[in-house]
Ligand binder design. Sequence first.
Ligand code: FES
Length: 352
Amino acid sequence: MSESFVVTVEPLGRQVVYRGDQTILDACLRAGVWLPHSCTHGTCATCKSEVLDGDVDHSDASSFALMDFERDEGKLLTCCATPRSDVTIEAEIDIDEDIEMAPVEDYLGTLVEKSEIAKDTLRLMVELVRDIAFNAGQYMKFTVPASQSGAAVDRTWSIGSPPADSRRLEFHVRMVPGGRGTAGWVFDGLAVGDTFSMSGPYGRFVLHTGEDNHTIMVAGGTGLAPIKAMLRHGLKHAAYGGEMSLYQGGRSREWLDDVDYFTALAREFEQFTYRPCLSEETAEEVAADGGDPTAYAYGMVTDVIAADHASLSGCKGYLCGPPLMVEAALKTLMSKRLFPRDIYREEFFNAG
Ligand code: FES
């Protein structure tokens, strides 16, 4: 039987009873106490906090995300650490008070649809046995079952459907060769009708709906999924007041998912502008095999944004995708006079 400890979270002054095999982060999120986090597996350092009192086991926190001298100074990664006694930690609470975050809970999901939507990319539609509350942009943690290639592992994928669809969730999964969760499960083994465990919602990359600024959204790869949830929620359910623009980057058309969906959305909502950008395919190549060259912009997504806008002052930015793309987009938006505090971003570290 595992021991039970009390975790006190400052500056909130909230207390959580910790029982057994979770991390401090999980125990807090499940008790409805919000702590900052992103990757949830010890690599991004978003959850780094300070131990004010008590002992913790750092478990498998990477020495890049939590360096030895930081451990000595009393820092911890809440997504890896477990308490060894009653502990008091101090976290940097970075979520707006006006955004309500649902507690993390366990769910059973059944795969009801699996389809290819871009090169090496699948859409999964998952039916839950009960409703889930989440914010547009959050993600779920899937339990990849144990198999011949190893013990059960966790993988996280963002929800691409809006919170109004509280039982049927959409996910986009990109293949990682040799990956236990992607190549070894989603792409090879997981079939329609299969049931599996998941938990969530996680993440702080969420749409801030009480605003009417022009929203510039930039997505690369499966970073499109949380952006899609935000757009669907903002346009169809939350009556978001401002303009919304989506810049979706890909090397060529085969790498861009849901182009038809967003093209139709742009026809339906005047306030929404869609710019699919091709970095390695030209207008001539698109025309040569019967495509509509006017449907795309050409060049890196950051160059297209820069050419479209003299200034982005007063806008909000939402960036999601590979770290290099997010970094480049951040620089572009800032060079167009958008403040860092007005740019929300999520970098995808694909664990495979
Ligand atoms: Fe803890 Fe990423 S290191 S959330």
